[in-house]
Design a protein around this ligand. Sequence first.
Ligand code: ZN
Length: 468
Amino acid sequence: MTDLRLYNTLSRTIEPFRPRSPGRTSVYSCGPTVYSRQHLGNMRPYVLADLLTRVLRLQGLEVKHVINVTDVGHLTDDADEGEDKLELAAERSGSSAFEVARVWTQLFKRDLSLLGVREPDVWAHATDHIPEQLEMIGQLEQRGLTYRAADGVYFDTSRDPGYGALSRLKASAPHTRVGASSVKRSPADFALWKLSPSHSPKRQLEWPSPWGVGFPGWHIECSAMATKHLGPQIDIHTGGIDHVAVHHTNEIAQSENALGVRPWVQVWMHGAWLLFDGEKLSKSRSEERRPPNLDDLSPLGVTPAGFRYYLYTAHYRSPLHLSGEALRGAEAALKRLRAVVRAGTIGEAPAAAPSARLTALRDAFHDALRDDLDAPRALSVLWEIAEQPAPLPLRARLLRELGESIGLNLAPAALPPNDDALVESLVARRNAARVARDFALSDALRAELLAQGVVIEDSPAGSTWRRA
Ligand SMILES: [Zn+2]
């Protein structure tokens, strides 16, 4: 058995993971800005966070996991200009910013649950943590790391010698453009507190502060919420790769300077992009140019579990190109694994203990996960198990257990009654398995059909089926 090793964006290496408190670990995941529907690419980092917390628990660790909900302060322009995404969505929809946040948060949580992502221990909403954010900005001000400008309070990156260690960009190299109206001293400086503009319509989301009525910057929210719920130092912080250059770089600057700790976070983990390449996934989206979300999978015959399987076909640090073909392939693979499990679940489980080979494969599965969450390797071990000559019920039991441990439900759902098209497709797949001499799969599919009251008759001319 190997130790858990994780890739740390901060060091750019894979390191053995050692939680700061024996037996316990803390994980913070940057959550969504809830002004619209989260698309499929947005969901990838949460499947990563869920896989991570599952693997940590498999190691016997007690995990405290926090996901935040950004419901104020995320501007349409990352250079601290533009409009608040929540206020803008409220204005466009004619509802309140709180209603916008409520609707999209609810849908986001539903999507997570469909994907088998477990609820975190804490959902932290930015608007519920205004005092904590004010306190942290006050700490930074006391330490001389801020300056006041006409439109708010800014973090002075020139005062932080460690600034940019995560992104490895020099603070002097502008990673965000400076707009013509910018009041920032340096392009890398960022807003901690923005003052409500006096001329425009009154903001819905604003609070009094020592610097005037306004709202927090996006980055300070995460620093303050993480600190409140997980303490001054965190074991693991996750997010999308797009967070490295600005959001996480700024979270580190704020937290390490306000709290006087270094490193604030021990391991930074980032999920790679899910790329759409402009391909249309289904005809129903032909009129729209928005990225696909979970509801767009069903017309393709792909379930949320199939999408999760698809995400596991690549390592979390490898970009994935979304295509209908790849999604359907993942769905078909998931169904084949479920067919094996179904067939094995129908039969009587023998008293025999798993063979040495099955036990070794179980270990190989866990070794893959401990090796920086190598899900593609773990999937290939599941396939090795499915194709072992061991008794089917033993394989089925192990597949179910291991699938469950990474959030893949391999318990087969009942076939809809009298769905001839589905029966035909199962029969066709069984015929293909027979031709390929994959008798384990062929038998599994026959058993699956039988469980649905469908009898297959093989003859030299081919196979026919009838309902029993
Ligand atoms: Zn964040």
